[in-house]
Ligand binder design. Structure first.
Ligand code: FDA
Length: 307
């Protein structure tokens, strides 16, 4: 019940000001955000790599309101790519990008976002790595998948994200399960209306399994973005059934969530990629993490109360 309330608050400017200013917020935020700057985050990336984990890097930011901010966001990714180059990790350290931070929602935003992301994908390709387009609320899906399709003409390894809570996603999975495609399947983190998305958690999970079956049986590279132990077990089973070797799919989890499980799966020989978010614009990302798990909110409120 609390999840939708927190998700609504995640898009409120007033709540953004209140939560960001609360002195106790920071330690809770730090659980999910690896750092504020690229230099501060590089040691985390190296540590993950040393533990046999791969990463996908998210420079925090979304829903920008003017084109100058879009260029700023693009440049932050270019700076990240510069910092990744000397680590020599290649595709073991890729990028995740929210197109709303590249101007997608502005007037003429589709083309603006395409121009900005193309520059980033070109730079990523030069250091031997890839980019995955995060998926945001349902109004952005057509534009994001169209940009993904355009990018794939020159950069076939560009990844897409699909959200099992959306009714349309089973069709999208069928379309995306083609040779060479990289598709991250997640449950979905935004507040969506009942006309476009399953509202019941059980239905979201069942849809996730149906999508997983399509992706595993297809010819692409499935990226299983979940912390849900049941779905992880089902994915392992489906991979065996589809005759996939461990390099032909990967698990993905968020920084700060189920870290022991991340390391356990990697130690068992699975590919595991950790989604690492960093930067100062953490509010929306943080609130979605609170919404996913009421226990996180309780922890946050307890720290407020004990001050
Ligand atoms: P579920 O929410 O059922 O959680 C399963 C278990 O995982 C919980 O019981 C708990 O143990 C643990 N857990 C989950 N969330 C937690 C949290 N916040 N804090 C602590 N423990 C937690 N969404 C989206 O809409 N667009 C996107 O582009 C992405 N990208 C993305 C990348 C990656 C790598 C991941 C893992 C997830 C995303 N998501 C996303 C978020 C996704 O849609 C979803 O909201 C979360 O993954 C939570 O769902 P689970 O599948 O983990 O299941």
């Amino acid at each position: 019940m609390l999840g939708p309330v927190i998700l609504a608050a995640s898009r409120s400017d007033t709540m953004r000001r209140v939560v960001s200013a609360a002195p106790v917020t920071r330690p809770v935020v730090n659980r999910f955000i690896a750092g504020e700057t690229v230099d501060g985050t590089t040691p985390v990336i190296q540590d993950m790599a040393d533990s046999g984990l791969e990463v996908t890097m998210d420079v925090l930011g979304e829903d920008i309101t003017d084109p100058a901010e879009a260029l700023h966001a693009r440049d932050a990714y270019l700076k990240l790519i510069e910092a990744l180059a000397p680590l020599g990790l290649g595709a073991r350290a890729e990028m995740s990008v929210k197109l709303s931070s590249f101007g997608q929602a502005l007037r003429g935003g589709h083309d603006l976002a395409l121009r900005n992301i193309t520059t980033v994908v070109e730079a990523a390709t030069e250091i031997g790595t890839t980019v995955t387009l995060d998926m945001e609320d349902h109004t952005t899906v057509d534009s994001t998948l169209a940009i993904h399709s355009t990018l794939r003409e020159r950069f076939p390894e560009t990844g897409a994200v699909v959200q099992s809570y959306l009714f349309r996603t089973e069709d999208d999975c069928r379309a995306l399960a083609a040779a060479g495609s990289r598709v991250r399947l997640v449950k979905g983190a935004y507040k969506e209306p009942a006309r476009v998305a399953h509202q019941d958690k059980g239905e979201v999970d069942k849809a996730y399994v149906r999508c997983l079956k399509t992706l595993m049986a297809g010819e692409g590279h499935p990226m299983i973005g979940t912390h849900d132990p049941r779905l992880i077990a089902i994915a392992q089973e489906l991979a065996i059934r589809a005759g996939r070797t461990p390099d032909a799919y990967e698990f993905q989890m968020l920084y700060g969530i189920r870290e022991a499980e991340q390391r356990r799966l990697a130690a068992e020989g699975h590919r595991v990629r950790v989604y690492i978010a960093y930067g100062t614009d953490w509010y929306g990302y943080f609130m979605r993490r609170l919404a996913e798990r009421p226990a996180n909110l309780a922890f946050f409120l307890r720290s407020l109360a004990t001050r």
